[in-house]
Design a protein. Sequence first.
Length: 115
Amino acid sequence: QVQLVESGGGLVQPGGSLRLSCAASGNIFAINTMGWYRQAPGKQREWVASITRLGSINYADSAKGRFTISRDNAKNTLYLQMNSLKPEDTAVYYCNQSPPRSTYWGQGTQVTVSS
């Protein structure tokens, strides 16, 4: 059974940084493209960034230049380094395969950017 557990969220001031982590159980991590997604209040969940097993990366326009996705295949862990955070980055952040599987959604981690 696949389980994804996100962590690292919190309250940060505009311009601040956070590093999110996603611990994956099961054997999907080594063979799949993984991604970060987010859902802001009242909005649909959206894709933020993705990374292949070999390290090819793509970002949504909103994340380019500010966020960095990475993965440690040995640790089955996905990361998202977020810098220069803005209030509009406030959302619950999730990890999943890319494209996502409905059965893999976890609880997410809340990121709040506010002064």
